[in-house]
Design a protein around this ligand. Structure first.
Ligand SMILES: *[C@@H]1O[C@H](CO)[C@@H](O)[C@H](O)[C@H]1NC(C)=O
Length: 342
């Protein structure tokens, strides 16, 4: 090999070197290189290494924690907490709490939700609360408008971190923490993005069945099974082997819309104290669920891809993605309300 190489002309030598270099660059950027270092999912574990399900069960029962939390996101300060949101008379509870992850500047989307599926007085006999989870904005105009918005509506939960797609796991942890601390008396917690269509009516219909059992565990939405981490360096979802060494993710529920019962919320909240953060919030909750052996339930009426709209086709839809246009959301929701489906 070396001898052959020596006999080549200078140009050919250069071409051979370039080719080798190209192959390495290709292997690196395409992520194929990383694949060699992946470990099989059958060996799955994630820090804290080892079992935490016994610990979490003890915490739910009310025992004090025996080990220190490791998730730094629990230390994030809440700047706005809307503390009265879930207050009830003794013995009463809320049926449903909407926690909507929203980017600081998305004022129009929040207004459309307040005037459609997030409207708290939608049903006279069902107590619903709606809060929006936001981070901070470096734009002083946006920052001031947020304060004004909260004075008007008192429905924001703002935490001290910069709002950005890659900070979504922070936002989710803040949501779990807020629900745990400020809204302990709700049956169902629905986490969602601010570009969703939601039918509160269809969401609550099946939920009524196990309303009486406050210990029921449900974690449901659009289920992803068998996904693999993206190793392609330029992918929006790139993850290094150091951050996640396995060739597959645990099952997870898409983060755009999912519903939790109180018990499922407690498990994810306590679980998140003892699970190292991960870049993507849906995978992160999937990791916690895997460690706690939670059952994830796929719901076919949670549409991850926008379901094409027609009046009758939306009869049973619980959620559909793709409603970033506030006007469209209002139009569709009002039509479904008139049709008796929302
Ligand atoms: C996430 O929030 C932290 C804390 O505010 C900030 O320092 C960081 O830049 C944010 N990340 C992104 C990707 O914006």
């Amino acid at each position: 090999m070396v001898l052959v190489f020596r006999r080549l002309s200078r140009t050919s030598k250069r071409n051979v070197l370039y080719s080798i270099l190209f192959v390495f660059v290709f292997l690196y950027f395409s992520g194929l290189w990383s694949r060699f270092f992946e470990r099989p999912f059958s060996e799955f574990d994630y820090p804290l290494q080892g079992a935490i399900d016994g610990l979490v069960e003890k915490l739910i029962e009310g025992h004090p924690p025996l080990i220190q939390a490791i998730n730094p996101y629990h230390g994030i300060n809440l700047l706005i907490t809307s503390p009265g949101k879930c207050s009830t008379r003794p013995g009463e509870h809320l049926r449903l709490v909407y926690l909507i992850k929203s980017a600081a500047g998305n004022f129009a989307r929040r207004d459309a939700i307040r005037n459609s599926w997030g409207f708290e007085q939608r049903f006279s006999d069902v107590r619903i609360a709606t809060v929006f989870l936001v981070g901070t904005s470096s734009n002083s105009k946006v920052a001031r408008a947020i304060e004004e918005e909260n004075r008007m509506h008192s429905d924001l939960v703002q935490a001290d971190f910069v709002d950005n797609y890659y900070n979504n796991t922070m936002k989710t942890v803040v949501g779990l923490k807020w629900a745990f601390e400020f809204c302990p008396n709700a049956r169902f917690y629905f986490f969602s993005d601010d570009d969703m269509y939601v039918s509160t009516k269809n969401l609550l219909r099946p939920a009524l069945d196990f309303d009486s059992d406050s210990n029921f565990e449900l974690y449901s939405g659009y289920l992803w099974s068998g996904s693999r981490p993206m190793r392609h360096v330029f992918s929006k979802w790139f993850v290094s082997v150091t951050d996640y060494p396995f060739d597959q993710y645990p099952d997870f529920i898409a983060a755009g819309a999912y519903v939790l019962t109180r018990r499922a919320l407690l498990k994810l909240y306590y679980g998140s104290l003892f699970t190292r953060p991960f870049l993507f919030d849906d995978v992160y909750l999937g990791i916690i669920a895997e460690k706690l052996k939670m059952k994830l339930t796929h719901s076919k009426e949670f549409h991850f891809f926008k379901k094409e709209y027609d009046v009758f086709g939306y009869r049973y839809v619980v959620t559909s993605h793709g409603y970033g246009d506030p006007q469209e959301l209002l139009r569709v929701w009002n039509e479904q309300k008139t049709a008796g489906n929302a």
